[in-house]
Ligand binder design. Structure first.
Ligand SMILES: [Zn+2]
Length: 348
């Protein structure tokens, strides 16, 4: 591949990966183009033509929560170089290590093509609806945590977290549903190893869809009971149907493969470990942020600030190294983005 060809095919690939970002603000350009570096790397390794991208590339990177040894200190201006390669290779995101093919991955362009068709009637709907399925244990109902000097409940904590994550959407709870009373007719079973009661996840999509108010973007059921996807499989933490714009999520407390009665006591309290399990898939690569921003229309800096406020509140109430690392990573992203903003030329 010659130099000029490689530059033009690289641009094509960049566009295919994250879309055309010419009209984005300078801050956003800097942030989204963090993903380009991995494209270069992949190109250098594979030395193949653009077609290779289609099937093997989408989510380019994962957040790098731990400070790497040789990392530049992004918190001081001393070593900070506002340069994609520096930020990328040393700081915010690292390439996914897995050599296995990821299932169902899509570049921004691939994703957008199907999303825009499917969601053309929903784009203006700003509300994500949540609904509790059946009862929760009393320690969930009794849980409170301090947030912005106010005590909030577990559901309110979920609400502020989701409103930060899906920044730009509102989150509202509908009245709780009792499956038996509502006659939802959900298939259920007792798992043969754990003897835990489980619901068939796909049976929730239609009744949840019927419950979604007209202004709803989507609806999520939140269940304390375990879920399973089909007879042959053990369990699933949750599943959503794009067609129905509905989904259901469970707290998934039992992993049947490693289950033993003694090693799996009932969860009786919300501690930092339980909350971490719930909130840990927090941070997205620039390609996924681009997809999310297309749906939610947020300001990237504002979204990171809101996420950090939630994480810091949890860290204050239930300190743990994991929350601290998450908050530090968000701070490094914010430093990077704010530095981008500072370096913008002033309009006089
Ligand atoms: Zn991603």
């Amino acid at each position: 591949m010659g130099i000029s060809n490689s530059t033009s095919s690289q641009r094509k690939m960049s566009d295919f990966l994250i879309g055309n970002i010419k009209k984005k603000s300078d801050v956003e350009k800097k942030f989204f183009s963090l993903s380009y570096k991995f494209l270069d790397k992949r190109l250098a390794i594979s030395n193949k033509e653009t077609v290779s991208l289609q099937n093997e590339f989408s989510c380019c990177a994962e957040p790098n929560p731990a400070q790497q040894k040789n990392e530049l200190d992004l918190t001081t201006n001393q070593n900070f170089v506002l340069n994609d390669s520096t930020a990328n290779e040393n700081g915010l995101f690292i390439p996914l290590k897995s050599t296995k093919k990821l299932y169902g991955t899509q570049t921004y362009i691939q994703w957008k093509a199907s999303f825009d068709v499917e969601s053309c009637f929903l784009k203006k709907n700003k509300t994500i609806y949540l609904v509790s399925i059946n009862e929760y244990p009393s320690f969930i109902d009794d849980f409170t945590i301090s947030f912005k000097s106010k005590n909030i409940s577990f559901k309110e904590l979920l609400t502020v977290f989701l409103e930060a994550f899906f920044c730009g959407k509102n989150v509202q709870w509908l009245p709780a549903v009792n499956i038996l009373e509502s006659k939802w007719n959900i298939t259920s079973r007792y798992h043969k190893t754990t003897n835990k009661f489980q619901y068939l996840v796909t049976d929730f999509f239609v009744p949840l869809k019927k419950m979604k108010p007209k202004n709803g973007y989507c609806i999520m059921g939140m269940s304390w009971s375990d879920l399973y996807p089909c007879e042959d499989l053990n369990f699933v933490l949750g599943e959503a149907s794009n067609r129905h714009k509905s989904g259901v999520f469970s707290f998934g407390r039992y992993e049947p493969k490693s289950f033993s009665e003694s090693n799996h006591p009932e969860v009786t309290d919300i501690d930092t470990h339980v909350l971490w399990k719930l909130f840990k898939p927090l941070f997205l690569c620039p390609v996924c942020v681009r997809k999310l921003q297309h749906v939610c229309k947020f300001d990237i800096i504002q979204r990171y600030e809101r996420l950090q406020t939630v994480i810091d509140s949890i860290q204050k109430a239930m300190p743990s190294q994991k929350w601290k690392e998450s908050s530090d990573w968000l701070q490094r992203c914010l430093n990077f983005l704010v530095e981008c903003k500072k370096s913008l030329p002033r309009i006089t």
